[in-house]
Design a protein around this ligand. Structure first.
Ligand code: KIV
Ligand code: NA
Length: 254
């Protein structure tokens, strides 16, 4: 797609009902993101997400998806020890239907990316703001500001690409830096809060669809699905309370 100049469209999905809708809508990549922690599991970060939780979500998304590439996040604590740990974790996600895995970090992950790739598991990298390192990064901050930091990001992406990564997410990176990284990257870049010159874009589906009032500045709401769902639930409640639901067409005769 990058060679053809076609933008890569990626959204998160965490369950079958959502994955089916996003897949049929023509999304290229469905990411079973560890943002499931914030969106679906009620955690206040991605750090508590377990591999077992990712396995359930990945199996659900993979079963419902016919067209899109399914990429599953390796959650915090399941790959940082090195290639052996990463391979054991990634295998569990591939066994339930992931076509590829994603992991966070720069050149320090190159050996791990190489090991997974050697094992036949495609790897998507993730640099810039990496939410699993929020404590080390000191909060939700744009990454790659300044010439040194930008150079470091270019080198990270090149090392990850040489190790075999097939794509890289750039999160919260200044627009000109993301453009330069994209230009020098051996593999496609997929941006979130990284401007329009990446090879693709990713959003958390609930931000994209307007499920909640608040969304990060880099997201846009392409629908008001939260409002629509709330209205549907309100209409159901009213119909039950007034006795207009169920009607004869909804019940069974003797
Ligand atoms: O978990 C996630 O949703 C992600 C995307 C923001 C890239 O990693
Ligand atoms: Na993630």
């Amino acid at each position: 797609m990058r060679e053809r100049g076609e933008k890569i469209v990626m959204l998160t999905a965490y369950d079958a009902v959502t994955a089916r809708i996003l897949d049929v809508a023509g999304t290229d990549v469905l990411l079973v993101g560890d943002s499931i922690g914030n969106v679906s599991l009620g955690y206040d970060s991605t750090l508590p997400v377990t591999l077992d939780e990712m396995v359930v979500a990945t199996r659900s998304v993979a079963r419902a998806t016919e067209r899109a590439l399914v990429v599953a996040d390796l959650p915090f604590g399941t790959y940082e020890a090195g290639p052996e740990q990463a391979l054991a974790s990634a295998v569990r996600l591939v066994k339930v239907g992931a076509n590829a895995v994603k992991l966070e970090g720069g050149r320090t992950r190159a050996q791990t990316v190489q090991a997974l790739t050697d094992a036949g598991i495609p790897v998507m990298a993730h640099v810039g703001f990496t939410p699993q390192s929020v404590n080390a990064l000191g909060g939700f901050r744009v990454q790659g500001r300044g010439e040194k930091a930008a150079d470091r990001m270019v080198a990270d992406v090149q090392a990850l690409g040489e190790a075999g990564a097939f794509a890289v997410v750039l999160e919260m990176v200044p627009e000109p830096v993301a453009a330069r990284v994209t230009e020098l990257s051996p593999m496609p870049t997929i941006g979130i809060g990284a401007g329009g010159r990446c090879d693709g874009q990713v959003l958390v589906w609930s931000d994209m669809a307007g499920m909640t009032q608040w969304t990060p500045r880099f997201a846009a709401q392409f629908g008001q699905v939260g409002t629509a769902l709330s209205q549907a639930a309100g209409a159901f409640a009213q119909a039950v309370r007034s006795g207009s639901f169920p009607a004869p067409e909804h019940w069974f005769d003797a």
